[in-house]
Design a protein around this ligand. Sequence first.
Ligand code: HAM
Length: 403
Amino acid sequence: MVKSLRGMNDILSEDYERFTYFINLATEIAQKYGFHFIETPLLEETALFKRSVGESSDIVGKEMYQFIDKGENDVCLRPEGTAGVVRAFIQKKLDKAGGIHRFFYHGPMFRYERPQKGRLREFHQFGVESFGVGSVYEDATMIMMVADILSACGIGYKLQLNSLGDQNCMPTYRDNLVSFIESVEADICPDCQRRKATNPIRVLDCKNEKCQSLYTKAPKLINALCPECESDFTKLKKILTDNNIAFEIDTNLVRGLDYYSKTAFEFVSDDIGSQSAIAGGGRYDRLVEFLDGRATPAVGFAMGIERLMELIVMPETSREGYYIGAMDEEALDLAVSLTHQKRKSAKATCEFKTKNLKNHLKGADKVNAKFCCVIGSNELKDGTIWVKNLEAKSEKVIALKDF
Ligand code: HAM
């Protein structure tokens, strides 16, 4: 039997209900915030991700679904959504047009990771990207939007916050960090030894316990921010506090993608095991320029839908619509026609097998119908239909013209 690939799941039945419930809810909230839908291709040139997510990142270095297509193009399945949205933003010349552009998207992302609970090779994100607003109020707005979406889903969270500085303070900090790493180099893991050369700040979120104990003495960027980054970060903390959004400062939060500057944040849940990040994002003021666009400040986030599906509290579903069935073969045609008419204004399902009343009632219950409607030979003769309201538990026979 051919099975789905490792780390790639089908979404159906109850899962699909959760999935669409989340998408609808998040869409509604993003629209309230003034964001517009954008769809970008699943397949992009590999160079796009190398230049944005960064060659030193695990995502590009180890996890890309990359191949040469029939036209000899080096392409890959998108591992995340930001790069494609930035490419589209530049390609449509919105950078040159200026002004504010706010987008949201959802869809599958692909990372060749080692699958485990909460970590898939094909997973779905809901994300937003905002272009043209350099103010830290926009960073706060992003965080408020995630918090609103999570609260609407009944999901508790912890918010972790950091500032990654900008081109003024980051280079000096990086040099200081490299000097520190050199002082402990003999004792750190091979991955961190490699990161020292490729992307030193990534050592800070190394999962190796020994490395972590050594890095407690590492210099902290938060203590070395330039006045502008410092003032933005102070302002962000104030806005969040004023709006009752609790946060923790995590000086080791560096994010796994290279494009961030200034604000970086992650929402985590204690209720889903080790893959606890349910949303992540931050500011990326240099990325549009890196991808050959006109310099444009930008900030965004993405949420992992599969992880959220574990946590969503679904509203109670009430019974809805009609289940229509026949007890005799000759009543079936009428049942089909009545169902077709009812569907113009309501949810309606038709049972094509003739059954006794008890089994029709079971069938109606299974599809969560509000009304179980059955036609037998008597009803067919009289031009009537038997209707039971499964909520009110009342039943009656009514004329077809009144149905
Ligand atoms: P990210 O932190 O790599 O950020 O991913 C965002 C979310 O996607 C994570 O918090 C997690 O919930 C989910 N996720 C990531 N990898 C997996 C996986 N293998 N299996 C299941 N869920 C996963 C980004 O992708 C950035 N593009 C976010 C962003 C948008 N930053 C600015 N704008």
